[in-house]
Design a protein around this ligand. Structure first.
Ligand code: FE2
Ligand code: FE2
Length: 157
């Protein structure tokens, strides 16, 4: 798949998001306490994923006009972000079905990244003007958070 040069910083973060998903899976299969995994999920969401979602909504979706923003390529992104927020809010208040919520986080992350790479980014690239894309690229450079997240309980090893 051809990666957009303008949106590549977001694609790098998608790569990191899939790595987090693999770590969560690993923790669930190696018997890690779900509460320990949940702490990691909350940390990743607060430090990396939420800023990434905000950037997509502000820099990309914020530049589409009302009609353009109605396209399924876009509405699905908003819906996924909301679903993700609800899921993470539930994870912050651990109850008995924590394990199934963690599984949902993994599924949603994978499905969401795939949707954005295959549908949302190509849609933005064909819909937004070259000037907008240049400006977006600069905003992404500023907003990009390199994955340097240290976590002192690497349960995935
Ligand atoms: Fe997203
Ligand atoms: Fe994304």
């Amino acid at each position: 798949m051809k990666r957009s040069e303008h949106l590549k910083k977001l694609s790098w973060e998608h790569h990191d998001a899939l790595k987090f998903a693999r770590r969560i899976n690993k923790g669930m299969s190696n018997g890690t306490d779900p509460e320990q995994i949940a702490r990691y999920v909350v940390f990743i969401v607060d430090t990396l994923l939420q800023p990434h979602f905000d950037l997509e909504e502000q820099s990309l979706i914020g530049r589409l006009d009302t009609a353009q923003a109605q396209d399924i390529a876009v509405t699905q992104v908003i819906e996924d972000h909301q679903k993700f927020s609800q899921l993470v809010a539930a994870i912050r208040e651990p109850e008995d079905d924590l394990k199934s919520r963690l599984e949902s986080v993994v599924d949603l992350l994978k499905q969401h990244v795939k949707w954005e790479e295959q549908r949302f980014f190509p849609y933005c690239e064909k819909t937004l003007s070259p000037q907008d894309l240049e400006q977006i690229s600069r905003e992404l450079d500023q907003g990009h958070i390199p994955e340097s997240a240290d976590w002192d309980e690497p349960f995935w090893n």
